[in-house]
Design a protein around this ligand. Structure first.
Ligand code: ZN
Length: 351
């Protein structure tokens, strides 16, 4: 490693049953008064208004903004709103989209944000990695700052649709292959990546794997494990200074699928889970166990369950190595069409 290495971590994490009630005290402790409250169109009625009331009652000046989609134009509009209301901080109440938009505004304009996830559909609730879509719908990945604090209320997250939880599981189980890819890049390309961040990412995947049964039944104990694992992944990325420990070939496959089949309705973590099965096969690790765990939590393991045609899986596999400059098991040349077809078939992803 060359030169100083700076690590920025969240200052506070409050999790557990009823954690939300700690929000006013937390904002107070940071000295924030004027709050831009970002929330989603659906989550607004479930939780957004509740937070607004809570903050108004506690004497905060609270301005609510409804985030439509996780796109760059939407994030720019949200940034304009935040500046107009002269907010000291953003409180992001919602799932992945709301938090990604808050992260972008925080990164671009230097306003800190508090992450209040209402679901854990991916590992982004505490990470500095920002994922948005550009005007044409292509993925934009940026690296910003982690939230200043995270309030993860297990009562609320346990109520989220099971599909979101299964997606979060898929994103986190993906660390089994992303960590392998990082080690490969270090060996072959001499890329610097610290062991501590890799160990933390790997541990997150092992934790959720061990709790798969509890996660499958949406047991609060299982949901807690998933939340903690997602936070650990965020910390792993913050330590590494990049998404490297948590995003390898399984993520390249997911990003590629977004590009080759934009009409898809499958979630990021669901796609990552399917990618993990196939990349685990290439890495020579126990891909059958990964598939079994995904099935257990009700996450997709086939093209049909993802709702995408077999051709899209094969096409995504053939371009995955090109979607971002990141060395993985896919190498620099990627997979040929026949190799991709063979891989998808042998792992049962397509028939
Ligand atoms: Zn992910």
């Amino acid at each position: 490693m060359k030169g100083p290495h700076e690590i920025e971590l969240p200052a506070k994490v409050i999790t557990g049953s009823g954690a939300l009630s700690a929000l006013p005290g937390l904002l107070e402790s940071f000295g924030y008064r004027r709050i831009a409250l970002f929330t989603g169109p659906n989550v607004k009625t479930i939780c957004g208004y509740r937070v607004e009331n809570m903050l108004n009652k506690a004497g905060f000046e609270c301005h609510i903004y409804t985030v439509g989609e996780a796109s760059k134009p939407e994030a720019e509009t949200a940034a304009l709103f935040t500046k107009e209301v002269e907010a000291d901080a953003i409180v992001a109440v919602g799932g992945g989209k709301v938090i990604d938009v808050a992260k972008y505004v925080s990164h671009a304009y230097g306003i800190r944000f508090v992450s209040v996830p209402t679901a854990v559909s991916h590992d982004g609730i505490a990470s500095p990695a920002i994922s948005l879509k550009d005007v044409e719908g292509f993925p934009v990945s940026k690296f910003g700052r982690p939230p200043v604090a995270i309030i993860a209320d297990i009562d609320i997250i346990s109520q989220a649709p099971k599909k979101l939880l299964a997606s979060g599981f898929g994103d986190i189980i993906g660390k089994l292959t992303s960590v392998r890819d990082a080690i490969l890049a270090r060996k072959i390309k001499g890329e610097y990546i610290g062991d501590y961040s890799l160990a933390l990412a790997k541990l997150s995947a092992q934790m959720v794997a061990e709790s798969a049964e509890l996660i499958a039944t949406q047991d609060p104990e299982g949901v807690s494990v998933l939340v903690e694992a997602a936070i650990s992944c965020g910390v792993a990325m913050a330590i590494a200074g990049s998404s490297r420990p948590c995003s390898g070939s399984e993520h390249l496959f997911s990003h590629a699928l977004d590009i080759v089949y934009p009409e898809k309705i499958s979630l990021h973590g669901e796609q990552v889970g399917v990618g993990t099965i196939m990349m685990a096969f290439l890495h020579g690790i126990n891909w059958k166990r990964i598939r079994q765990l995904l099935r257990m939590v009700g996450a997709p393991t086939t093209n049909e369950e993802l709702g995408v045609p077999p051709k899209a899986i094969v096409n995504a596999l053939t371009i995955a190595h090109k979607v971002r400059k990141r060395y993985t098991i896919l190498g620099e040349g990627g997979l040929s069409e026949s190799a991709a077809l063979k891989l998808a078939k042998v792992t049962g992803v397509i028939e």
